[in-house]
Design a protein around this ligand. Structure first.
Ligand code: ADQ
Length: 487
């Protein structure tokens, strides 16, 4: 069987202990690797005084991981710097927050080169390589410089920004050109793919773009919109488990008969939490009949705390939540429960099932898996309503949600009102349509679709037949995932 080599900034193999993997990339790849026989390469998350290139191998539930440690300067410039202070804000339309430091760009180039140098000895000629996300855009071109000829694909989990914003990145052409080293480029939705193709045609007049294929110089690159999904079957099982039911009952008891509105996000400025809080406040103000009748639970564990803009948004949300509760709370009712900690997936699925409405209202989001998880967790006889931002990649698939402009507090309040008053028949009809999409275009569909194009011989040689027998990854033999050589 042809080996699949996945590369991402961090690796997060399945732990089997039900703990929540909070990064979307980690959650999606864990599902993908359950049906994939291969090796997952990335940064260990640890620092070492001097970079040695030593690879640490480990094996969990049939998935082999190979990780390297980075120097503190690498972490500062590549990860906290170029990835999280330059590209993340830029790709989420926040050029006001994007920092353009040459040292960041230098660290990003250096770490991508280090990834390539340590990865090359592990690759055999038949391997198919799949690189993930904005941290590793130039990795494909670094690998080609070192003679790697393997089929290599890249998937971007974030949005692709519009050309006029992207051109604010110093050396943007060189940066984008490095993507032409891949054989296949995947984007979360058509909008991000269109933005990418617009940039290519605008900035590279010699590129020929036709039928989702770019021809430039001696390179031919296929591009697709390939929306990531969730493991719907597994999520339904979670949401209907005894443990989830306990979590559902616990939250319902605490509500004392009030209706639950829910939000679950990493604490990130792209998720639109501030605007969402304003929308909820607007509902309570303009429709006082909902006061003391609803409770909004927002779960938002902090992320990227080393980055200043994340400290700022946390402070702002602390103040705003206090302000809203100060304005509307009574001796017996706290309108907004703002919780800065994560919950495992089972507990979350139980809470989703208890909610009448979910607010998934990012200002910009590559896909947003919370929206799909909320849908999968619902009781078919009494489903909750999904309120979804038009600016999440998921909006292209989940058209039967209440789609909103997350920047408008009035629109958010209107949608909340509509959700809270929606008759059960309409809730069921909308939910059925959403669920069809979540179940059909799940993570196995995503994986197979991408790998079918990436592997000349189709996905079958990379992915064991899904999905019914996909729960026993331990069947993978140790032999088939051994690295070609260790360093
Ligand atoms: P993220 O921005 O991290 O990922 P998202 O897709 O919303 O975002 O969530 C990913 C996972 O994290 C979900 O499975 C969710 O349950 C979990 N999660 C989020 N908040 C949580 C919380 N408060 N507590 C516990 N778990 C939580 C990036 C892109 C997204 C894209 C994913 C996958 O930014 O647009 O959908 O990758 O490609």
């Amino acid at each position: 069987m042809t080996r699949l080599v996945i590369v991402s900034n961090r690796v997060s193999p399945p732990t089997g202990d039900g703990q929540a993997n909070q990064g979307g990339l980690a959650v999606a790849l864990s599902s993908a690797l359950r049906v994939t026989n291969g090796i997952w390469f990335g940064w260990s998350g640890n620092e070492t005084e001097k970079f040695t290139g030593q690879v640490h191998f480990s094996r969990n539930e049939g998935v082999t991981t190979a990780t390297i440690d980075l120097e503190p300067q690498d972490v500062e410039e590549y990860y906290n710097g170029f990835a999280n202070r330059t590209l993340w804000p830029l790709f989420h339309d926040r050029t006001d927050l994007a920092e353009y430091e040459r040292t960041f760009a230098g660290g990003y180039a250096r770490v991508n080169q280090r990834f390539a140098e340590t990865l090359v000895p592990l690759i055999t000629p038949d391997d198919v390589l799949w690189i993930h996300d904005y941290h590793l855009i130039p990795l494909g071109s670094e690998l080609r410089k070192q003679g790697v000829k393997n089929r290599t694909g890249f998937f971007l989990h974030t949005p692709w920004p519009v050309a006029r914003l992207l051109t604010s990145l110093p050396s943007h052409q060189e940066f984008v050109e490095s993507l032409f080293a891949y054989d296949l480029l995947g984007f979360q939705c058509q909008t991000w793919l269109d933005s990418f193709l617009y940039y290519v045609q605008d900035q590279f007049p010699h590129a020929e773009v036709k039928d989702n294929v770019i021809r430039i110089g001696d390179r031919t690159v296929q591009v697709i919109a390939c929306p990531i999904g969730i493991d719907a079957t597994e999520f339904i099982e979670s949401a209907t488990s005894a443990e989830a039911d306990e979590s559902r009952h616990a939250i319902l008891r605490s509500l004392e008969g009030r209706t639950l509105i829910m939000g679950v996000d990493r604490l990130d400025y792209s998720k639109g939490l501030e605007q969402r809080f304003h929308g909820y406040s607007r509902l309570l103000q303009d429709h006082p009949e909902f006061q003391e009748k609803v409770t909004f639970l927002q779960i938002a564990p902090p992320s990227r705390e080393e980055v200043g803009s994340y400290q700022d948004i946390r402070r702002e949300l602390d103040a705003l939540s206090g302000h809203i509760n100060g304005e509307f709370a009574t001796a017996h009712w706290v309108p907004l429960r703002y919780v800065n900690r994560g919950y495992d997936r089972i507990a979350l699925s139980g809470m989703y099932r208890a909610a009448r409405a979910a607010l998934v209202t990012p200002l910009r989001d590559g896909m947003n898996l919370v929206a799909k998880e909320f849908v999968a967790a619902q009781d078919p006889e009494d489903p909750g309503v999904l309120i979804l931002s038009r600016f999440a990649g998921a909006a292209e698939q989940l058209k039967d949600a209440l789609l909103v402009n997350p920047f408008s507090p009035e629109e958010l309040a209107d949608a909340l009102q509509q959700a809270l008053r929606m008759p059960v028949e309409e809730r069921k009809t909308r939910w059925r349509a959403l669920m069809d999409s979540v179940e059909t275009e799940d993570v196995h569909w995503w994986l197979r679709r991408f790998l079918d194009l990436l592997n000349d011989n189709g996905a079958d040689r990379l992915v064991p037949p899904p999905p019914s027998n996909d729960v026993e990854p331990a069947n993978n033999t140790d032999k088939s995932v051994q690295p070609a050589a260790s360093s």
